[in-house]
Ligand binder design. Structure first.
Ligand code: NAP
Ligand code: ZN
Ligand code: ZN
Length: 347
C-alpha cells in the first residue's frame, strides 16, 4: 500500500484537517496518478456536512482531479507514465448493466463507485477523493486532458464542466436559443461559458447584486438580479432553456414562469426538497428535468469541446490549508468562480 497525505473531515461538524490514506499499488489495469490540482465543488460541502444523509467518515472529498500518470499496471495500454489525465466523480461501475453499456456509468444500475464518500466494487473499501497527493484508478475511468490546456483551470471541468455540458448538449441547446443560467457559482459560470460556445444567447439570473460585471465578462449577454421580485413578471415566457445550479433551497415555480411555451428547465443543483406546483408546467406545456454529471465518453467529449472552444474555468488557486475558509466563502456565494487546490501545498 502507498501511504498518501490527504485532508479529511472526521465528522459532519469538524473542519477538514491533515490525514493519511492508503492507496493500492497499481494492479494490471490501474494507473497511479500524482494529483496536481483538485477543484472544490459544492457537493464536497453537502457531503462533508452530511446534508444528503449516509455520509462515510473519515471523508477525503474531491472529484475534480487533474494529475500526471506516475505508474501504470502491466496490462494498461491507453496510458503512459507522464500523461496528463483527469478523474471525475466516479472511479468504477459494474460495466455490465444497460447504463454502463450505454456509456452512462453515472446511472449504473448496481451503483457507481463515487470518487469519495463511497466504496470500491468490493463494497467495503472506502473511496477517498482528490484532496490528496495521489490516487490509484482503473484505466477505463481516467480522462485525457487535451494538450495545452491550463491545468488548474481544467480541473473544474471534471465535475462543473460535465454537469453543465451534458444537459445543454442533450436538451439540444443551439445557436440563437435564449438560455438562462440560474446561480453564478462553479457550475453556473461553466454553464455560461459552454452555452455561449454552443452559440446561445445567455442571461445570468443571480441573487447576488455584485456579479453583473463578472457575468458579462464571462460571456453572458444579460444579467438579472432575482432579489427584485418584479423581474419574474417582466421576464415571463422569455427563455427556451433554463439551467438551475442553485445550491440552496428555493422556489422552482417562480423560475418556471420564465420559460416560453415548450421550454425546458433542468435542475442540477441539489438542495433540500421544496414544493412544486403543476400550474406553471401545465400552462405553457413546460418541461422540468434533472441531470447528473455525465458518463466517461461524454466527459471526454466535453473536454475536447472545451479545448476546441478555448473554454476553461475561472479559478482562485488555494493551498489546501485554506480549504475550510474556502467552504465558508462558498456558502456566502463568494466564489470567483471555482476554488482549486494546488496539491503541491500538501506535498
Ligand atoms: P457554488 O459554486 O457554491 O454556487 C452555487 C450558487 O448558487 C451560488 O454562487 C449562488 O449564485 C447560488 N445560491 C447560493 N445560495 C443561494 C440562495 N440562498 N438563493 C439563491 N441562490 C443561491 O456551487 P456549485 O459547486 O456550482 O454547485 C451547485 C449545486 O449543484 C450544488 O447543490 C451541488 O451539489 C450541485 N451539483 C450537482 C451536480 C449534478 O450532477 N447534478 C454536480 C455537481 C454539483 P448567485 O450568487 O449568482 O445567486
Ligand atoms: Zn461536483
Ligand atoms: Zn453498471
Amino acid at each position: 500500500m502507498l501511504k498518501t497525505p490527504a485532508y479529511a473531515a472526521a465528522s459532519p461538524t469538524t473542519p477538514l484537517a491533515p490525514f493519511a490514506v492508503e492507496r493500492r499499488e497499481p494492479g494490471p489495469h490501474d494507473v497511479l496518478i500524482d494529483i496536481l490540482y483538485c477543484g472544490v465543488c459544492h457537493s464536497d460541502i453537502h457531503q462533508v456536512r452530511d446534508e444528503w444523509g449516509g455520509s462515510i467518515f473519515p471523508m477525503v472529498p474531491g472529484h475534480e482531479i487533474v494529475g500526471r500518470v506516475a505508474q501504470v499496471g502491466g496490462h494498461v495500454e491507453k496510458w503512459q507514465v507522464g500523461d496528463i489525465v483527469g478523474v471525475g466523480c466516479f472511479i468504477d461501475s459494474c460495466r455490465e448493466c444497460e447504463a454502463c453499456r450505454d456509456g452512462e456509468e453515472q446511472f449504473c444500475e448496481k451503483g457507481m463507485n463515487a470518487t469519495y464518500n463511497s466504496y470500491e466494487r468490493d463494497g467495503k473499501t472506502p473511496t477517498y477523493g482528490g484532496y490528496s497527493t495521489r490516487i490509484t484508478v482503473d484505466e477505463g475511468y481516467v480522462l485525457r486532458i487535451p494538450a495545452g490546456m491550463p491545468l488548474e483551470r481544467v480541473a473544474p471541468l471534471l465535475c462543473a464542466g460535465i454537469t453543465t455540458y451534458s444537459p445543454l448538449s442533450r436538451f439540444g441547446v443551439k445557436a440563437g436559443d435564449e438560455v438562462a443560467v440560474v446561480g453564478l457559482g462553479g457550475l453556473g459560470h461553466m454553464g455560461v461559458k459552454i452555452a455561449k460556445a454552443m452559440g446561445a444567447r445567455v442571461t445570468v439570473l443571480s441573487h447576488s447584486l455584485t456579479k453583473r460585471e463578472d457575468a458579462l465578462r464571462l460571456g453572458a449577454d444579460d444579467f438579472i438580479a432575482t432579489s427584485d421580485e418584479r423581474v419574474f413578471k417582466e421576464n415571463a415566457k422569455r427563455f427556451d432553456f433554463i439551467l438551475d445550479t442553485i445550491s440552496a433551497q428555493h422556489d422552482y415555480n417562480a423560475f418556471l414562469g420564465m420559460l416560453r411555451r415548450d421550454g425546458t428547465m433542468v435542475l442540477v443543483g441539489l438542495p433540500e426538497p421544496t414544493l412544486l406546483s403543476a400550474a406553471p408546467l401545465i400552462m405553457q406545456r413546460r418541461r422540468l428535468a434533472g441531470s447528473l454529471i455525465g458518463g466517461i465518453r461524454e466527459t471526454q467529449e466535453m473536454l475536447d469541446f472545451c479545448a476546441e472552444h478555448g473554454v476553461a474555468s475561472d479559478v482562485e488557486v488555494i493551498p489546501i490549508q485554506r480549504i475550510n475558509e474556502a467552504y465558508e466563502r462558498m456558502l456566502k456565494s463568494d466564489v470567483r468562480y471555482r476554488f482549486v487546490i494546488d496539491m503541491a501545498s500538501l506535498g
